[in-house]
Write a protein that binds this ligand. Structure first.
Ligand code: SAM
Length: 261
């Protein structure tokens, strides 16, 4: 991890700056004022604590960890059944981002990194996810495809980044069932620079209701923690250029907006 990346990190919740410490063979991030330590495992800093896994987050972390090995095959197969092709399906919402070559871009819930190869190569990418299994797959994809991305284990509700450092923030596919959706959106807004674009995509309530009893899909949509409702209700006040529409043949909503300047 480069000193520049370390300078962009902050302890989740408290916002304390962090230092990289290497002791014998161990490396960790230290918040000097409080003494809190965040281990780095196989190159991925771990910012999760037990409280992040209370409520639905714990259920979905276990689910994604179990299915990490099949995730890419299942999304590819789904797009095939829908006769769209996965890349075309993803490009429909990725094109709402407004990314330039020297930007810093965060994907919250990066999963196996399936969006990354479809984005321009110039920017610096940061990806966070609550599932170690999905992040391992993401790292493998990045190595295979020669993509540069900094990965972090953590919860969307408590991002381990300084305020106002990202030019764009993307989230696809997890927020409907986060333990605290409003807090997660507030965190995306906090870490974005003023005037930057945030794009949030997930399944519509219609889609979730249609699949709550379907084999395999029912693990996600059955016994849902809360109705999905209208995602604009999760936005903090004063967001600009808010647009919400349906993409992927109506299966997904795509909400984009700008943080205030
Ligand atoms: C459907 S996958 C989407 C992955 C990727 N964004 C994509 O487009 O393929 C949803 C992801 O959300 C992650 N996730 C679920 N709850 C989370 C939370 N509270 N904080 C961060 N990530 C979370 C899961 O681990 C999973 O990787």
């Amino acid at each position: 991890m480069t000193p520049e990346v370390v300078s962009l990190l902050a302890a989740p919740g408290s916002g304390e700056p962090l230092q990289l410490v290497t002791e014998a063979r161990d490396a960790f991030l230290l918040a000097p004022a409080s003494g809190r330590r965040f281990p780095i495992r196989d190159g991925i800093p771990d910012f999760l604590d037990q409280a992040d896994l209370s409520g639905p987050n714990g259920r979905y972390q276990r689910l994604y960890d179990r299915m990490a090995a099949f995730y890419d095959a299942s999304t590819w197969l789904y797009a095939l059944v829908k006769r769209t092709g996965e890349a075309a399906r993803r490009r429909e919402y990725l094109r709402r981002l407004d990314i330039r070559d020297d930007d810093r871009v965060l994907e919250v819930s990066v999963g196996t990194g399936a969006n990354l190869p479809l984005l321009p190569r110039g920017p610096s990418y940061f990806g966070l996810d609550i599932s170690p299994g999905m992040l391992r797959r993401c790292r493998r994809r990045a190595r295979r495809k020669g993509l540069r991305v900094e990965l972090f284990l953590g919860a969307a509700e408590r991002l381990p980044f300084r305020t106002g450092i990202f030019d764009s923030v993307l989230h696809v596919g997890g927020i409907n069932f986060f333990s605290d959706r409003r807090r997660a959106v507030a965190e995306m807004v906090r870490v974005a620079k003023p005037g930057s674009r945030i794009v949030i995509v997930d399944e519509t309530e219609d889609f979730a209701a249609r699949h709550e009893a379907t084999p395999f899909a029912k693990a996600f949509y059955g016994n849902r923690p809360e109705g999905i409702g209208n995602p604009t209700e999760w936005l903090p006040p004063a967001m600009a250029e808010v647009v919400t529409d349906r993409v992927a043949g109506g299966d997904l909503y795509c909400m984009s907006f700008r943080t205030p300047r």
